[in-house]
Write a protein that binds this ligand. Structure first.
Ligand code: BDR
Ligand code: CA
Length: 318
């Protein structure tokens, strides 16, 4: 039976690959997409989600727009990584959005409550929408199978010397999730920084020559270049796609069950995921933390997915 999935995201190049991977999987049914401000402002991430679905001819899927700001903080965006549009690097199809959408929080709640089966949540941006949904309708907890989120790290960081971007942008929201008692898998930088699509991988993908690969390759090249400039990475870390890959095939990651707390006050450490690797506090583990990735399995999933979209010859590609 297909896993029922909601993706809450802030596209974003790696969010785009995450959405594409989920929509292409025979093991997953995407119930809808919700967007949040993060990599770019709320209007841009919402628009980008529409562009991605148009590119893969999945405009049948509902997209609900969520919060433009974190719960208690000013928004921090990442134009230095994802560009001014949030998806710089290639011309994606133009979109005009007419209908006033249901708020993401209401959509998350109604989708979960009306689903016959339990729902998997895959948040790949700041956790504002998901935390707000839990606060507004705590009953959804009984109908959530698991939260597999991209965020945090045991050792690594990317927005400050101690924090990962998604958790840093809205640490209070992250704290609500990690204290919720829900089953959580934290797919953090310890593994996602290894999930690199190198420049050679991108050239190979470009050589497929299909309608989708021709658009995705320059987008990933842009994302790889910014990651090379800022982090000296020899490629594009497909952070968010790794969370989706894990839901499709759990053998792609190796996890450890640990206690994770979210730092919300630290002068230098706000947004840090404090992982009690040696159980020094004695506190109960509350999250599976991804520590190893089967890189060839993951890359294979991405290549296969792009090939499949090329074969479908999605009609809306420019
Ligand atoms: C996370 O931050 C964003 O820039 C990416 O889309 C990913 O979700 C990585 O830290
Ligand atoms: Ca993201």
């Amino acid at each position: 039976m297909k896993k029922k999935v909601l993706i809450d995201c802030d596209p974003g190049h790696d969010d785009m690959i995450a959405i594409m991977l989920a929509c292409c999987s025979k093991d997953i049914e995407v119930l809808g997409i919700t967007t949040v401000a993060g990599n770019q402002t709320g209007d841009k991430t919402y628009l980008n989600a529409h562009k991605v679905l148009k590119m893969i001819s999945r405009e049948d899927l509902k997209i609900a727009r969520g919060y433009d700001f974190p719960l208690f903080r000013k928004l921090v965006t990442a134009p230095e990584i994802h560009g001014v549009s949030g998806l710089d690097g290639a011309a994606l199809p133009e979109i005009s959005i007419k209908t006033k959408p249901e708020h993401a929080v209401d959509f998350i709640i109604s989708t979960i409550m009306s689903s016959k089966e339990k729902v998997w949540l895959i948040p790949t941006g700041p956790l504002t929408n998901v935390a707000s949904s839990l606060l507004k309708e705590p009953k959804i907890k009984e109908k959530i199978e698991k939260i597999v989120l991209m965020g945090g790290a045991v050792f690594d960081s990317n927005i400050t010397p101690s924090a990962e971007f998604n958790i840093f942008v809205d640490p209070e929201a992250a704290r609500i999730l990690f204290e919720s008692g829900l089953p959580i898998t934290m797919v953090g930088l310890d593994v996602t920084n290894k999930a690199l699509f190198t420049f050679e991988d991108i050239d190979l993908l470009d050589s497929f020559g299909g309608k989708v690969s021709k658009v995705v390759a320059p987008l990933l090249r842009f994302f790889a270049r910014t990651n090379l400039e800022i982090f000296s990475f020899p490629g594009a870390p497909l952070h968010d796609a790794l969370a989706v890959a894990y839901v499709i095939d759990p053998t792609v990651l190796t996890t450890k069950y640990w206690n994770v707390k979210i730092e919300t006050k630290g002068e230098f450490t706000s947004g840090r995921t404090v992982v009690d690797v040696y159980n020094i506090t004695g506190d109960k583990p509350n999250a599976e933390v991804a520590m190893e990735v089967d890189l060839s399995k993951f890359k294979n999933m991405i290549f296969t997915m792009i090939k499949r979209y090329d074969e479908l010859a999605c009609s809306h590609i420019l």
